[in-house]
Design a protein around this ligand. Structure first.
Ligand code: UDP
Ligand code: MG
Length: 337
């Protein structure tokens, strides 16, 4: 590769433009995280205070049913800078992230899980990457041993399939843990789709990105919100959102099957002409019938997946609804009660 590429030129120009003391919003999606929030805040706080940044938090309460919101509200009351956006119900992590991105106005946004699986100690390194001119600095999990064997295996399979099928270059084993520049947030906001597979959307918007490898620890406390059924649906969302290959593959499958059927018919005709009438083959008929009914159901199901998504897009429902916004600048200047 030549020393000077387009992206090195862009990053060099970005680097020169970086403000000295940027503002940073820490975006934290929370769903029933009462067990870890205290520790999360006490671990991120010193890291943020040591950085030369103007920081605040944006917590998204994704319809928690435990003490998540009161814990955050109390911390804000006690002087933690930032806001809490409570959604009207649980919309899922992708929707919670979208809600957060719609409400930030800082130069930089850090997306981080509340459960301390994304170490806040990496923030200075991520900011250094941003200062070096990258618009996106994403955490790359080098060690997933905190995940179960099944989860690692299926995740690996998903990333391989995604890479094969989708034209989008999505880095494998990158989570949502990332630092993104304001310009990336603005671009993300231009994507209108209801299917918010964030990792795919991040990859779709492009921008110069840097990977920051880290070992992903286990959850500090509480339980994962993703069971295998949810993960399976998440994977289907990701695939159907970023590739139409499953729809198109039937064209080739159909063509191949038609060709084989034609050859078989030819063989039958020749056989009848050479050897005369034979006993009809019940077995081959049944096999053919069952196999192709299966193929047809599968392909109809596949089309159904896309039709369902078209339906969701056509309804144009919002991705999330806000119940309440607590804290923050607007609240501070207008509060009379
Ligand atoms: N989360 C959320 N809404 C949901 C599920 C999860 O906002 O419906 C948040 C959760 O509170 C956490 C983050 O998304 O901050 C990651 O969730 P979790 O740790 O359960 O996922 P895992 O790390 O097991 O993939
Ligand atoms: Mg987690």
């Amino acid at each position: 590769m030549p020393d000077e590429t387009s992206s090195s030129l862009y990053t060099a120009r970005r680097k020169a433009d970086r403000p000295d003391r940027p503002s940073l919003t820490v975006l934290v999606p929370c769903f029933n995280e009462e067990a870890v929030l205290g520790e999360f805040i006490s671990r991120t706080r010193p890291v943020l205070e040591a950085s030369r940044l103007t920081c605040d938090y944006l917590f998204i309460d994704d319809g928690s049913t435990d003490a998540t919101a009161p814990i955050i509200a109390r911390a804000l009351d006690e002087g933690l800078p930032g806001r809490l956006i409570g959604l009207t119900r649980n919309f899922g992590k992708e929707a919670a992230l979208s809600a957060g991105l719609d409400h930030v106005d800082a130069d930089l946004v850090l997306i981080i899980d509340a459960d301390l699986q994304d170490p806040p100690e990496l923030i200075p390194e991520m900011v250094a990457g941003w200062r070096a001119g990258y618009d996106v600095v994403y955490g790359l999990r080098i060690d997933r041993s905190s995940d179960t064997l099944v989860k690692r295996g299926t995740a690996g399979l998903f990333y391989r399939l995604f890479k094969r099928l989708s034209p989008i270059d999505m880095p494998a084993n990158a989570g949502d843990f990332r630092l993104i520049d304001r310009s990336v947030v603005e671009d993300l906001k231009r994507l209108p789709e209801r299917n918010r597979f964030m990792k795919g959307l991040f990859a779709w918007v492009g921008h110069p990105a840097m990977a920051l490898p880290y070992e992903r620890p286990s959850r500090a406390a509480g339980r994962t919100k993703f069971n295998y059924w949810k993960l399976w649906n998440f994977a289907i969302d990701g695939l159907t959102g970023f590739t139409t290959m499953p729809l198109r593959v039937w064209f080739y499958g159909g063509a191949l099957i038609a060709l084989l059927a034609f050859l078989y018919a030819l063989y039958l005709v020749v056989r009848v002409m050479v050897f005369g009438i034979d006993l009809p083959g019940y077995a081959s008929l049944m096999v053919g019938l069952l196999f192709f009914s299966g193929v047809q159901l599968l392909s109809i199901g596949m089309i159904g997946e896309y039709v369902a998504r078209l339906f969701a897009e056509a309804k144009q429902r919002p991705v999330y609804l806000v119940q309440e916004i607590i804290g923050g600048r607007a609240d501070r200047t207008t509060s009379q009660d």
